[in-house]
Design a protein around this ligand. Structure first.
Ligand code: NAD
Length: 442
């Protein structure tokens, strides 16, 4: 049975969720405060790069199940299931999450709710937020106690967002144990198609659901920083972290995924989420439990510095006056997201040391220009490499993995490359006459 759903915030998470809920057969209204984003979405254009999303968006707009608006009044009149998908960035100058946008949704929406409704939070929030928002929503809403607030954390990965939303590995729903209300029943309706194929569905209390998301991100960040710490040791011991990762990864208890040493994690989630987790743990008196995350963050940031050092060494000790090609700007492949991107941060630092930096990324050029307007931007990988003294591969796009070392050699001034993602075949490049270096390998 179809539900009438409003999704607040139509960014990476919200636009995907709105389109995919329509794909599941529901009637969906996407709500945002950004008029230009809404205009694009209304015309069937995804305002960011996400493989497969445009098709789902267009099809569901065409079928009349998906619309967009800036009007909260329209959303409150239309839907009785509301998802919050707005951003929760890091506060300026602090580790804690900025909840301004999440709070704004509740402050604006709740006074318009005059009938029984369920608000599902999907944004990543500090533990305790859902309970607070539940009280606030019931205080503000004309329907009062008929308003339920539940938390339904999102685990989608950019680059696989459609697949992850339509075929999630699990669904988690935190409900208020003191007043369970209709949240679980409504979630079962919304996700009926996913539940019919036995997607694991964990119903928890609010705090556990909020912590599941924080814990998942903390674990992933730790796994990446673990292998990057091993890379540091390998660099000084003259060992090879890629082989080490393969060897330990065969142990099923460890697993090979997320053990790729390189310039570390970035993006709009992991860095700010582990910091917000530490900040919240401090507030609730559990800070000791998460002090290790500070080291996880430190290891991660050190990799960026190490990459800049390696680049400096590779050009003979000073970057001043050199030309450096940077291949990749997005924080990971198959995304145009440059929020806290290690690649762009390294490109910026290298430029500050006096190099002329030419960046190319298959999808993230516009976003990169907006953040770092002073870097040079090329229209292809080859163009970025013309007359380069050094080539850096900083995002593991397939296009860069497939680069032909022979062809690229004719473009550069000096055939010297550093693989910041351990994604290239070292021997192939060396055989083609390149000086090849990588993080964590000799
Ligand atoms: P985003 O910045 O891409 O999107 C946020 C959107 O909210 C923007 O379009 C913004 O205009 C809109 N917005 C701001 N205030 C609003 C308001 N008052 N009413 C309506 N819309 C408003 O962010 P995102 O990457 O989609 O992340 C959103 C949340 O989801 C964050 O908490 C994030 O941690 C979480 N999350 C993101 C991902 C991901 O892969 N991007 C995955 C899991 C969880």
């Amino acid at each position: 049975m179809s539900c009438r759903i409003a999704v607040f915030g139509t960014g990476y998470l919200g636009a995907t969720h709105a389109a995919c809920m329509a794909e599941l057969g529901h009637e969906v209204l996407g709500v945002d405060v950004d008029a230009s984003k809404l205009a694009k979405l209304e015309s069937g254009e995804v305002p960011f790069y996400e493989p497969g999303l445009e098709e789902v968006l267009k099809q569901n707009i065409e079928d009349g199940r998906l619309r967009f608006t800036a009007s909260y009044e329209e959303a409150a009149a239309f839907a009785d299931v509301h998802f919050i998908g707005v951003g929760t960035p890091q506060k300026r100058g602090e580790y804690a999450a900025d909840l301004t946008y999440v709070d704004a949704v509740v402050e604006t929406l709740a006074p318009l709710l005059d009938r029984a409704s369920v608000i599902f939070g999907k944004s990543t929030v500090p533990v305790g937020t859902a309970e607070r928002l539940g009280h606030r929503a019931r205080q503000l809403a004309p329907a009062g106690v008929e308003i339920d607030v539940a938390w339904n954390p999102e685990f989608l990965r950019e680059g696989y967002a459609v697949r992850d939303t339509l075929h999630p590995d699990r669904l988690v729903l935190g409900v208020d144990r003191d007043r369970p209300g209709r949240a679980e029943e409504v979630a079962r309706k919304v996700y009926a198609r996913l539940l019919s194929v036995n997607t694991p569905f964990l119903v928890t209390d609010l705090a556990t659901a909020e912590l599941v998301k924080a814990a998942a991100n903390a674990f992933l960040a730790t796994k990446i920083s673990f292998i990057n710490a091993m890379a540091e040791v390998c660099e000084t011991a003259g060992a090879d972290v890629s082989v080490l990762a393969d060897a330990i990864g065969y142990d099923a208890r460890i697993g090979r995924r997320f053990l790729n040493a390189g310039i570390g994690f970035g993006g709009g989630c992991l860095p700010k989420d582990i910091r917000a987790f530490m900040a919240r743990a401090g507030e609730i008196g559990a800070d000791e439990a998460l002090t290790f995350l500070r080291e996880v963050d430190n290891i991660n940031m050190r990799r960026r510095t190490r990459m800049v050092e390696l680049a400096r060494e590779a050009v003979g000790g000073s970057l001043l006056g050199t030309s450096v090609a940077v291949l990749g700007a997005a924080f990971k492949p198959d995304s145009d997201d440059v929020r806290d991107s290690p690649a762009l941060s390294i490109a910026g630092q290298i430029q500050l040391q006096g190099a002329s930096v030419n960046v190319y990324d298959p999808k993230a050029m516009d976003n990169s220009r907006a953040v770092f307007p002073t870097l040079n931007y090329a229209t292809s990988a080859i163009e970025a490499c013309v007359n380069a003294d050094l080539v850096l591969v900083l995002t593991e796009w397939k296009e860069f993995v497939a680069l032909d070392p022979q062809a690229l050699r004719t473009a550069v001034r000096r055939p010297s490359i550093i693989d910041g993602r351990n994604c290239l075949e070292a021997q192939t490049w060396r055989d083609a006459g390149w000086t090849f270096r990588a993080l964590g390998r000799v």
